[in-house]
Write a protein that binds this ligand. Structure first.
Ligand SMILES: [Zn+2]
Length: 126
């Protein structure tokens, strides 16, 4: 069972309103993964556990960030996934500790995000 303020079916802990508001300020009211503003999504942002509770991630400010429902659902309860370019399993982007432009960029030739580097380092795209 989920509780108010938690993301999706994976989170179970209650996130107090004051903590939720702090997370929203930290995230500038945007999804940490796609950077979409809460004003644009038309639905409330979800509080995402960067390290999922199912993997021992605590419900504390340092482990929480905002995510839109689409990104949160896509991330699911993972902290790593196969790199679509190399197949290598890499750690997923951490919106609290890593810098978005170091890992992603926008391309006018492709729809969506263009990954620039893995979250484990700053390897250049081939
Ligand atoms: Zn998103």
């Amino acid at each position: 069972m989920t509780s108010q303020g938690c993301s999706g079916k994976k989170s179970r802990s209650y996130v107090a309103k004051a903590l939720r508001e702090q997370i929203a300020r930290d995230a500038r009211h945007r999804c940490g993964y796609c950077l979409t503003s809460a004003r644009i999504t038309g639905t409330p942002m979800e509080v995402n556990h960067i390290v999922p509770e199912s993997l021992g991630g605590p419900t504390v400010r340092e482990n929480l960030w905002l995510a839109c429902s689409m990104c949160n659902d896509h991330k699911d309860n993972r902290i790593a996934a196969p790199d679509p370019l190399t197949g290598e399993v890499v750690r997923l982007f951490d919106p609290r500790r890593q810098v978005w432009p170091d890992h992603f960029g926008w391309s006018t030739e492709e729809v969506g995000h263009r990954r620039l580097a893995s979250t484990q380092g700053l390897r250049n795209e081939a």
